[in-house]
Design a protein around this ligand. Structure first.
Ligand code: ACO
Length: 429
């Protein structure tokens, strides 16, 4: 018997089975052999919400939640945020290696070439109601891209995959800015090829009548770093949607629309909006202690605190907090910052939060920064979707090229009716 194995005794019939353990994991399919009768289906594992199920072997992102570690392709997030541009990190996440100078210049050129969207997208936008949520518009526009690029369906061709991934990374900021401008009633602004990825996004969002938009360097760099911090986070809800939908071999635009739809939910990409609403509710620093007492009494949760994976600090939150002060020197201080700082100070010393390992997460400060930059709360999930597209695409590519993967199709435990006899409608009830 191998040391790296699990011995299971089936107490229904006394039989034992030896199951291999690899990477601290057993293969669920190895349970299938465990049967009482030869025609039984075999044993399954039950795991709603995949709380203890690995759905893939991946080489993209590493998280150690107990130690507060996040790495893309092995590189610590702190080093990437300090030294790289977002496009450099996008290249790293998708290609698996950091680009050389020449490779980065070439990638930047590809992105610039694909940054525009078909003019008919503007007509699509005009079809929305004046108060349509920007994230709903973004999801629809991403999905619509599959109609403009029907060749994207050929997902098994590596060159074709590369082309579609570049297109999507390039077009996301353009679509996001279109959604914002429409919701504000502003005319659409076209991309400026002289600007960086983040700088151009600021241009498409905020340019008014000036002949040339010059982004503030602090805001441009902050946005770039925020994009780096949000680029991937292994198998979260949106990524799981990307992989699950992509496993049907649908085109990447349709799969990305599904991933963005998952991100739209308040339990996922909507948390930084919830943080802002909470800070408004609290109203002032003097109200923080009473608010904390209500959280401890179980009335509600402290939004932006706690994480399913990070049971130590969230490394992204540490980086964002440092940047917040630089941003406020440009934009003027967001009055909500004092409330947030007070909340954090009290919570980090309080036994309730300490014993439950509740620390500020990435969303605690990102909303305050986005608001200071002039973004409405409805744009927050959109700001998340732009960089996360890189992670979704890298994970999609990994799925498509993984020979162990097949169409995602979970099992169920059926507890509904036994066989029923059809009853004509006039005989029912
Ligand atoms: N405020 C107060 N108490 C909390 C909080 C919080 N934010 N989060 C967890 N707890 C408490 C729970 O009440 C529970 O206490 P108990 O043991 O006395 O019952 C304990 O901590 C464990 O909570 P779980 O719900 O089991 O923790 P889980 O890891 O499943 O939840 C989650 C993680 C959903 C993020 C949670 O911490 C939360 O709701 N936080 C607020 C929402 C938020 O900020 N979400 C953004 C996450 S980051 C992102 O999505 C990018």
């Amino acid at each position: 018997m191998s040391d790296n194995s699990l011995t299971i005794t089936d107490n229904r019939n006394g039989r034992t089975y030896e199951i291999a353990i690899t990477h601290d994991t057993i293969r669920a399919m190895d349970l299938r052999q465990i049967k009482v009768n030869p025609d039984d289906f075999g044993l399954m594992s039950y795991d709603p919400a995949f709380k203890n199920t690995a759905s893939t072997i991946s080489e993209i992102t590493f998280i150690d939640g107990d130690k507060g570690i996040l790495r893309y392709r092995g590189y610590p997030i702190e080093q990437l945020a300090k030294n790289c541009t977002f496009l450099e990190v996008a290249y790293l996440i998708i290609a698996g290696v950091l680009p050389t100078k020449a490779e980065l210049e070439e990638y930047d050129g590809f992105i610039q070439r694909h940054i525009l969207v078909h003019e008919n997208i503007k007509d699509l936008i005009q079809g929305f109601r004046y108060d349509a949520h920007p994230m709903s518009m973004l999801i629809s526009m991403v999905s619509a891209l599959s109609t403009f690029y029907p060749g994207a369906r050929n997902v098994d061709n590596p060159d074709n995959r590369q082309l579609q991934m570049t297109r999507l990374v390039a077009k996301m900021p353009t679509l996001a800015a279109f959604a914002y401008r429409f919701s504000m009633g502003y005319p659409i602004i076209y991309p400026d090829p002289d600007l960086s990825y983040a700088g151009n996004f600021l241009n498409m969002m905020f340019r008014r009548a000036e002949p040339k938009y010059i982004p503030d360097p602090v805001l441009e760099r902050t946005l770039d770093v925020l994009f780096i911090l949000h680029a991937d986070h292994e198998q979260n809800c949106g990524t799981n949607a990307m992989r699950s939908v992509g496993s049907s071999r649908v085109d990447p635009y349709s799969a990305t629309a599904a991933a963005a739809a998952a991100l739209y939910g308040p339990l996922h990409g909507g948390a930084n909006e919830a943080v802002l609403r909470m800070l408004y509710d609290i109203g002032g620093v003097e109200n923080v202690p009473a608010y904390i007492e209500r959280v401890k009494a179980g009335e509600f949760r402290l939004m932006g605190f706690g994480h399913r994976v990070y049971k130590n600090h969230d490394p992204r939150a540490t980086i964002i907090k440092e940047m917040a002060h630089e941003v406020f020197e440009v934009t003027g201080k967001n009055p909500l910052l004092d409330i947030a700082l007070e909340l954090e100070t009290i919570a980090l010393e309080d036994e309730y939060f300490v014993s439950r390992k509740l620390y500020p997460n990435v969303d605690f400060y990102s909303g305050i920064i986005y608001q200071a930059m002039g973004l409405p709360m409805t744009m927050f999930p959109v700001m998340f979707a732009i960089p996360r597209t890189v992670g979704w695409l890298a994970q999609w590519q990994e799925l498509i090229t993984d020979s162990e993967q097949a169409i995602a199709r979970p099992r169920q435990i059926y507890l509904g009716n036994d066989l029923m006899e059809y009853v004509p409608i006039d005989k029912r009830g």
